[in-house]
Design a binder for this molecule. Structure first.
Ligand code: GTP
Ligand code: MG
Length: 368
């Protein structure tokens, strides 16, 4: 590969964004004169990545982590490190600090080198292969496999041709693609003792959280993953919220519960027959995701009129469901309601999903 002298150093991650054994970071372009991007790399002998023979494996340590650097061309190196995102991010940050620009990885049309060498068909295959590696349900894998019928190739061609209509159409489904490959997060919040932990256990089908009749049992955020209708759902249980906390620990638990409302795709507000605490209502009023009102302990209701205090359904609640975590009544309706709110629209069956944009988004998230 030849690089014009003015080609600045660029770093890109070549491996998929999910957890993996090994990650590969490619560094290419001209090394800056003043800074040595390989400074954190320590080896027992004098050979450096800058002077190494092409294709020679250089074993060493980067801030104490074992890794391998291969000089694959005069101005191109591959750093093969542990596949966890922390190791990758650390190396990218070090490279950035010496002036390297981090760009999206291979398979992305913005990639600076290999993507140029690949045909749209090869790029599409590569994107689909990496997306498949992230799929954890059969349904997700089926949706990704549908992309291999030529639509992904057409999207890459349209991207290259700057067809804005096609790009906008497919961009519209970026968050759908993200949810398909990474799942949804759903917060269970509400007053103490409303049955949040019982619902978490019932929805996940195992005794993940401690349940007791003592209000304030859950003190911290606790999550559990399950699948619903082919979608990965990570439920987050939380400390009960009330307006008059009596200890520093409870106050901190409530703060964490309220903060978590900003980091999920759906909030389930679990209520018993009492009023929802003002503190929680105020937070829910500004939520950026849908809020579902779940009235638990339906088995204790003596008449329909017990539910009337929640009438009519007002902001911030999008919908409400009545359930019993104890008997399982209403759980199926609750699941359908959650999926309805999480997926208000589905892409048309022939739509090309923005897999390249998804990868670019993941890379940006890892680097910020
Ligand atoms: N009858 C009835 N009891 C329930 C139901 N769900 C939970 N409970 C009971 O309500 C009590 C509180 O349940 P938890 O699940 O611990 O409630 P929580 O909201 O997690 O409580 P904190 O962690 O203290 O905020 C326990 O005694 C549960 O057995 C239900 O659907 N019906
Ligand atoms: Mg609890």
């Amino acid at each position: 590969m030849q690089y014009p002298v003015e080609t600045a150093l660029q770093a890109s991650v070549l491996t998929a964004s999910g957890p993996g054994a090994v990650a590969v970071i490619r560094l290419e372009g001209h090394l800056p004169l003043q800074e040595n991007p390989f400074r954190p790399f320590v080896r027992p002998d004098e050979v450096t990545p800058q002077t190494a023979q092409i294709n020679r494996l250089l074993y060493g340590r980067w801030h104490g982590e074992d890794l391998v650097i291969v000089r694959i061309a005069t101005h191109c190196w591959e750093i093969q490190c542990h596949g966890g995102s922390v190791a990758v991010q650390r190396i990218l940050q070090d490279l950035q600090a010496t002036g390297a620009r981090v760009v999206p990885g291979t398979g992305n049309s913005q990639s600076i080198s290999r993507a140029q060498d690949l045909s749209p068909e090869q790029q599409a295959d590569e994107l689909i292969r990496r997306a498949l590696q992230l799929c954890r349900t059969r349904e997700a894998a089926e949706r990704i496999l549908q992309q291999a019928d030529g639509r992904q190739v057409r999207l890459l061609q349209q991207r290259a041709a700057g067809n804005t209509d096609a790009l906008e159409q497919s961009q519209r489904w970026l968050s759908f693609t993200n949810s398909l490959l990474r799942g949804f997060r759903v917060l269970l919040t509400g007053e103490p003792n409303a049955g949040k932990s019982s619902l978490l256990n019932a929805l996940c089908g195992r005794q993940r959280a401690i349940v007791s009749d003592v209000p304030g049992t859950t003190r911290d955020l606790l999550d559990a993953e399950t699948t619903m209708g082919g979608w990965i759902i990570r439920f987050v249980d939380s400390a009960g919220v009330r307006d008059d906390a009596t200890s520093d620990i409870e106050t901190e638990g409530i703060r964490r519960s309220l903060t978590a409302t900003g980091a999920v795709d759906l909030i389930c507000c679990i209520a018993e027959l009492k009023l929802i605490p003002d503190l929680l209502l105020q937070t829910l009023a500004t939520a950026r995701c849908p809020v579902l009102l779940v009235q638990n302990k339906a088995d204790l209701l003596t008449s329909d009129s017990d539910f009337t205090f929640l009438q009519p359904l007002v902001h911030p609640f999008a919908e409400r469901v009545q359930v019993s975590a104890a008997t399982g009544a209403g759980l199926e309706e609750l699941k359908s309601c959650m999926l309805r709110l999480l997926l208000p629209a589905l892409p048309p069956s022939e739509m090309a999903l923005p897999l390249a944009d998804f990868e670019a988004m993941c890379l940006t998230q890892r680097c910020t």
